[in-house]
Design a protein around this ligand. Structure first.
Ligand SMILES: Nc1ncnc2c1ncn2[C@@H]1O[C@H](COP(=O)(O)OP(=O)(O)OP(=O)(O)O)[C@@H](O)[C@H]1O
Length: 696
């Protein structure tokens, strides 16, 4: 493809346009992918709607087939009931004829078949009409099957078009993959590789969408194949039923034809019998008329015979007897004729009822036929609608695929300038990478040199700082010594306890201690009217806080870390506030707690410079007796002696001394001892320190 100006399909690409930026190209690819995705979602929705429509059409078709089956079963039942009613009528006629035959004493040779009713021909005609309806139904079913076949063909055509579109998409994807492969082989591992990666991801997305489309197509094929198989099976069942019905109808028709022949023969015999009966009746009537016409002669003869001969009288009696028998026969024949007439009227009524039934059946059949026609027209309308929708759907899909194709072509046209810009970028980047290694090595060398010089400068500055610090430490120690010398090794501070409300309300209460305003170091006592003024290092007024008291002695506490021995203790009468000042209360701690807190804070701050060890001893001095509160036997009495090291310091032989690691451990030990405020205590820092309170 190189520097060609031809697009992917051989058409001229927009070579005159400026190359689009890679970011815009990637964005356009992303947008096109989103379009593809939306299109696929729409396709899936359409497929879902199409499946639902197919299911609805299938259920409607099943309902129609079930109604067809019901109607055909009803017709079969009607035909069977008609045949049964015909057989009943025929049997009735047969019994009637038998009765007639018995009454007339016909010879056995003259036995007649059962006589059919008068509307038999109409029944046969209606059955033949039923047969014609069945034939029409079979034709309709055939037509429906043809429609189904046509629809299946349409579906197959649609599936074929889908396959073609998928093949086209595959072809496009393969082309793009080839192009990507060419891009990969022509470029190295730079930002352009990322773009290629994006294009690959897009191609993967297109492949996935293709897979989804194929799955959709397979689902459509499965959905379309399933109902057609079911319909074919139901059609086969219906065909079998129709064939069975036709066979039974043929049998019934044959039976009817046979019955018709029998009815014709019976009719002929009946007419013949009626004719013979009429002839006999006429002959008997004539004989009777002849006898009646000869009566005067007989009377005359009788009268004459009465006169002339008894033999004549006997013959006359015989004749009269014969005449009476003939008259009885005549009356019985008349009665029989009457009964026959009544039976004939009954048969006509039955025939009228049957005719009525047949007309009702015909009416019902006409309704069924109309219903069938309506259903067929409805089915045709549905079929046309479905075909129209399918064609519209396929056209829309075709349009969308065309649009996609156009989009892909446009993107391919856009990709050409993008590829050229990527190539130029790649060339420039390659040059930059080649020059970068030299530049990097030079910069690294320079940075190393700068770092070495900076480190040497810093170490030099550090050395100066250390020297200055040592100098400062020495100065501080010197100044502290001077301060201690100036202030004195022993400092006496006085804290005035505030007067409580109860003490104020007491009648004998009076102010025993007072201070002079403006003076922080003098206090005046008044006892029995005699006043004495004392000069001290510092006097704390009653409103002085714990913090103010501690701030005054904080430098002394911290001097312990510089190697000085420090001892702080409180002195005063009972209830004067020694414990309050030294230990304090939980919300407002005293000197002990604050001193330990400040000492540990300072030790942590100097952790890198100095190493400190803190040990703890707890001693009670009460009534001139010294007890070791950390010892195994607290009741053991200890002594205070001079230290044998020659330093002139005092020490308590056998006193327990434990090393503690922190402020919490000190608190814990104090809690175990069971003394919240030890009467006497010692904290040993770098040298020796002590904090405590001593009653007078
Ligand atoms: N500066 C102060 N401000 C407020 N209350 C104080 C002050 N000093 C002492 N008290 C209160 O006075 C009471 C007695 O104080 P404390 O127990 O410290 O006296 P003490 O000298 O230790 O007595 P003892 O020698 O009998 O042990 C306590 O209730 C304490 O809270």
């Amino acid at each position: 493809m190189g520097g060609e100006q031809l697009g992917p399909l051989g058409k001229e690409a927009p070579g005159g346009q400026a190359p689009e930026s890679p970011l815009l190209a990637v964005l356009s690819h992303l947008l096109s992918f989103l379009e593809h995705y939306g299109h696929l979602q729409r396709l899936q929705e359409q497929a879902g709607a199409y499946r639902a429509r197919l299911r609805r059409a299938e259920s409607r078709r099943r309902q129609q087939l079930r109604s067809f089956q019901r109607a055909s079963r009803q017709r079969e039942r009607d035909a069977l009931s008609l045949v049964a009613s015909l057989e009943g009528v025929i049997s009735e006629q047969q019994s009637t004829l038998e009765t007639l035959r018995g009454g007339m004493k016909l010879p056995s040779a003259c036995s007649l078949p059962p006589a059919p009713p008068a509307g038999l021909h109409q029944l046969v005609e209606s059955i033949s009409a039923l047969q014609g309806d069945r034939a029409r139904l079979a034709e309709e079913i055939q037509g429906l099957r043809q429609e189904l076949d046509e629809r299946e063909k349409d579906k197959q055509q649609l599936a074929g078009s889908f396959h073609l579109q998928i093949q086209e998409l595959k072809h496009q994807i393969e082309e793009r993959e080839d192009e990507l492969a060419r891009l990969r082989t022509g470029m190295g591992v730079t930002d352009s590789e990322k773009r290629i990666h994006n294009l690959t991801v897009e191609n993967e997305g297109l492949k996935q969408s293709l897979g989804v489309t194929q799955g959709l197509l397979q689902q459509l094929a499965a959905v379309s194949a399933q109902p057609s198989a079911l319909l074919a099976k139901e059609n086969e069942d219906l065909r079998g039923q129709v064939q069975r019905l036709e066979a039974s109808l043929q049998q019934k028709l044959a039976q009817l034809a046979q019955l018709e022949g029998q009815v014709d023969a019976l009719q002929w015999y009946k007419e013949e019998e009626a004719r013979q009966l009429d002839e006999r009746l006429c002959a008997l009537q004539q004989a009777l008329d002849a006898q009646l016409s000869r009566a005067p002669d007989v009377q005359y003869v009788t009268q004459t015979v009465e006169v002339e001969s008894p033999s004549t009288l006997r013959s006359l009696a015989e004749v009269e007897e014969r005449n009476r028998v003939l008259q009885e026969q005549l009356s019985s024949q008349g009665e029989r004729c009457q009964r026959l007439t009544e039976q004939l009227q009954g048969s006509e009524e039955v025939a009228a009822g049957l005719r009525h039934k047949i007309s009702a059946y015909e009416h019902e059949m006409a309704q069924l036929r109309e219903q069938l026609l309506r259903e067929i027209s409805h089915l045709e309308a549905q079929k046309e609608e479905a075909v129209k929708e399918a064609s519209e759907c396929s056209e829309q899909h075709l349009d969308q695929l065309r649009q996609q194709f156009a989009g892909v072509r446009q993107r391919l046209a856009v990709l050409q300038p993008l590829l050229r810009s990527i190539r130029t970028d790649y060339g420039s980047l390659r040059g930059q990478v080649r020059s970068f290694s030299d530049f990097y090595e030079a910069a690294l060398k320079e940075a190393r040199q700068q770092m070495c010089s900076a480190i040497s400068e810093v170490s030099e500055a550090n050395r100066d700082l250390r020297e200055k610090y040592q100098h400062e430490v020495l100065l501080r120690r010197k100044y502290h010594d001077q301060l201690v010398e100036l202030k004195g090794n022993i400092r006496v501070l006085c804290r005035l306890k505030p007067v409580t409300e109860a003490e104020q309300q007491a009648s004998e209460a009076s102010v025993a201690v007072s201070t002079e305003p403006g003076s922080e170091s003098s206090v005046t006592t008044s006892y029995k009217g005699k006043e004495r003024t004392f000069e001290l290092d510092k006097v704390f007024l009653p409103q002085a806080t714990q913090e103010e008291v501690f701030l005054e002695i904080e430098p002394l506490v911290l001097s312990c870390l510089n190697g000085y021995n420090v001892c702080i203790f409180a002195y005063g009468q009972t209830g004067s506030g020694k414990t309050y000042t030294m230990e304090g209360v939980p919300d407002d701690p005293g000197i002990n707690q604050r001193a330990l807190e400040v000492l540990y804070r300072e030790m942590e701050a100097k952790q890198g410079l100095c190493k400190y060890a803190v040990s703890l001893s707890l001693v009670e001095i009460y009534n001139e007796v010294i007890r070791d509160l950390l010892g195994k036997d607290p009741q053991e009495r200890l002594d205070i002696k001079l230290n044998p090291d020659g330093s002139g310091q005092l020490h308590v032989p056998g006193l327990t001394c434990v090393e503690v690691q922190g402020f919490r451990e000190i608190k814990k030990v104090a809690r175990e001892v069971g003394r919240v405020a030890p009467q006497t205590g010692g904290i040993r820092g770098g040298r020796v320190g002590g904090l405590g309170s001593v009653p007078p």
